[in-house]
Write a protein that binds this ligand. Structure first.
Ligand SMILES: C[S@@+](CC[C@H](N)C(=O)[O-])C[C@H]1O[C@@H](n2cnc3c(N)ncnc32)[C@H](O)[C@@H]1O
Length: 273
């Protein structure tokens, strides 16, 4: 999904990436690691700020996302940014290699403690980690996202393709596991960082307002990531069209002169040793 994600998701997430840099006080000449970099949105924003005297490395497990990010860096002739396929729970960098580690929604779904122990090692005593996650305790006031979810669940056929079924099942298992519950409250995140030896943690809860031109742009965004993207791929052309029609009708009350404006409630964690 790398290409679709890059086209339909990253433009809307750019302000979030810039906020990560701001919170980490990234400066010219800094060495930055972007974990779970996807197609590189945070890494490219960081590259602008650190300039050619700095260095930015983006890592991700998804090979095609890494390849796409590397192609974009090459096309823009950026020599101080590079991308590698790597697991954030087993970083292949010497201790103290970076001034800051950043992550836009790119923490692993499980094995987070190992990841944060690794982050602690590569930032050394003076460095920081700044990451953001969705805030599950604050529901969006404009419920376009719940509308998409409700429609998907209601329209899902009794028999779904096995990879979609496995994803849905995995998501449920994860949500009910100890690790899944760990990401619900800000306090449990703080405990998680502390267990990895990162004991100075600042939690910042913020709302970002994202404006989509209309229902179709919002659907393109919603179907460009995660289980949704997979589910859309398995829909027939008719079911896609009928989904689109129903969404367009039901979302009308949420549309303003500006378009479809949605609130995204986020948690940022600013973490040091
Ligand atoms: C929601 S995407 C975020 C991508 C990007 N940071 C952004 O803001 O657009 C999460 C990313 O984390 C990556 N990821 C998950 N677990 C990982 C791990 N253990 N090591 C490296 N990357 C991982 C996924 O492959 C995915 O690209």
């Amino acid at each position: 999904m790398a290409r679709t994600y890059d086209e339909h998701v990253t433009p809307y997430h750019a302000p979030i990436a810039r906020r990560l840099l701001e919170l980490a006080h990234v400066e010219e000449g800094d060495r930055i690691l972007d974990i779970g970099c996807g197609t590189g949105i945070v890494a490219f924003e960081a590259a602008d700020v650190v300039g050619e005297t700095g260095v930015v490395v983006g890592i991700d497990l998804a090979k095609r996302a890494v390849q796409l990010a590397a192609d974009k860096a090459a096309a823009a002739r950026l020599r101080h940014v590079r991308f590698e396929v790597m697991d954030s729970r087993a970083l292949r960098f010497p201790s103290g290699s970076f001034d800051a580690v950043l992550s836009g929604f790119g923490h692993p779904l499980f094995g987070r403690r190992r990841c944060f122990e690794e982050v602690r090692r590569v930032i050394g005593p003076g460095g920081c980690l700044v990451l953001c996650t969705w805030n599950p305790s604050k529901a969006p006031s404009k419920a376009a996202s719940s509308l998409v979810r409700e429609m998907l669940e209601r329209r899902r056929p009794a028999f779904v393709a096995s990879d979609v079924a496995r994803l849905i099942e995995a998501r449920k298992v994860l949500a009910s596991s100890e690790e899944g519950k760990e990401t619900q409250s800000a306090d449990s995140w703080v405990r998680l960082f502390r267990r990895a030896g990162l004991s100075s943690v600042e939690t910042i809860e913020e709302t970002h307002w994202a404006t989509f031109r209309g229902p179709d742009e919002y659907l393109a965004y919603s179907f460009a990531w995660g289980d949704n993207e997979r589910e859309l791929r398995h829909m027939t052309a008719e079911s896609r069209e009928s989904f689109r029609r129903e969404f367009r009708e039901r979302v009308i009350p949420m549309i303003t002169d500006e378009g479809l404006v949605v609130d995204w409630n986020l948690r940022y964690f600013l973490v040091r040793e």
